[in-house]
Design a protein around this ligand. Structure first.
Ligand code: ARG
Length: 300
């Protein structure tokens, strides 16, 4: 496990001690999860809601005290005109609830993948740098990162889950309580069959869901995690970032996720840019960094 340090500000490229665990859940409840229902409070402590002017736009995952990983398309599509008042809400279960344990943070930088392709959704990954650190609590925890594709194979993942506040039907409304569902990883060959995605799925993407449909992410879930549990290491890892799909939950059209293990190098690079970015404009351009001025965070 390597922790790369750049200057005085380390970013963990594998996992922070204690990442991927659910300290807010009592063990007996841990594997209550099956298909598509409300999550227990504290079940997915790395899941955040990314909001603009207090409206939810996408999900995301905490990977560090100041870094949230999400999807590039959340910030490029025409529905998002400005990144003014961009905020991350951590420790949230019911969107309407203003329960204790919720932490609001404004966003200082949005780092889009420089090769994100809006028509194919290739490289649909982005990083948000928060203005202030998050406190790790029972309800706010980081998710573990996979170091590379080799580790992806070695980790011997058991079950994988999708989570989000996205709608329950295609083009529907957002839900109030965080939803969770178990999904199966579907290999690219199956997913690329002619009556499935017909060759669209490349090595930077992974399919997850069911041949027969029925369980899937949908609009509003984008950017959130596809998280898989490693039985050996007893923790959850970020396996994919919710990206796109045809409709929602249709047969032979599972959700397509950005394959997290392919982006560890990019995460490192993005981090260097964020630290030294102002000095090296060519790099900044390369990574499409948007700087936003910090506004008041309620440091609860
Ligand atoms: N692009 C969608 C969003 O912006 C996520 C869609 C996922 N679609 C799917 N069929 N799994 O929220």
């Amino acid at each position: 496990m390597v922790n790369v340090k750049y200057g005085s500000c380390p970013i963990s490229t594998t996992f922070l001690p204690g990442c991927g665990q659910q300290p807010g859940l009592d063990p007996p409840n841990r594997f209550r999860i099956l298909g598509g229902h409300s999550a227990l409070e504290g079940a997915w402590p790395w899941q955040v809601s990314i909001q603009r002017r207090s409206g939810h736009i996408c999900g995301g995952s905490i990977i560090d005290r100041v870094w949230v990983i999400t999807a590039s398309h959340c910030f490029k599509s025409s529905r998002v005109y400005s990144n003014y008042k961009l905020q991350v809400v951590a420790g949230l279960n019911a969107r309407s609830g203003h329960g204790k344990g919720i932490q609001f943070r404004s966003v200082k930088q949005v780092i889009l993948h420089e090769k994100f392709n809006e028509s194919t959704y290739n490289n649909d990954v982005a990083l948000l740098k928060l203005c202030h650190q998050l406190y790790f609590t029972k309800h706010v925890q980081p998710l573990c990162l996979i170091e590379n594709e080799m580790q992806e194979e070695q980790l011997n993942f058991g079950s994988c889950y999708i989570t989000g506040w996205g709608s329950l039907v295609s083009k529907g409304l957002l839900v109030n309580t965080l939803q969770e569902a178990e999904v199966l990883l579907i290999d690219a060959r199956t997913c690329n069959q002619r009556d499935w995605y017909n060759g669209h799925v490349n090595d930077n993407m992974i399919c997850a869901g069911f041949d027969e449909g029925g369980v899937d992410t949908c609009q509003g879930d984008s950017g959130g995690p596809l998280q898989c549990y490693s039985k050996d290491l007893e923790r959850f890892y970020l396996y994919g970032v919710t990206s796109h799909g045809k409709g929602c939950a249709l047969p032979k059209k599972p959700g397509i996720y950005t394959r997290a293990s392919r982006y560890t190098g990019w995460l490192r690079k993005a981090h260097v840019v964020s630290v030294s970015g102002a000095l090296d404009l060519s790099l900044v351009k390369l990574l499409s960094v948007l700087f936003i001025s910090c506004w008041m965070d309620l440091l609860l």
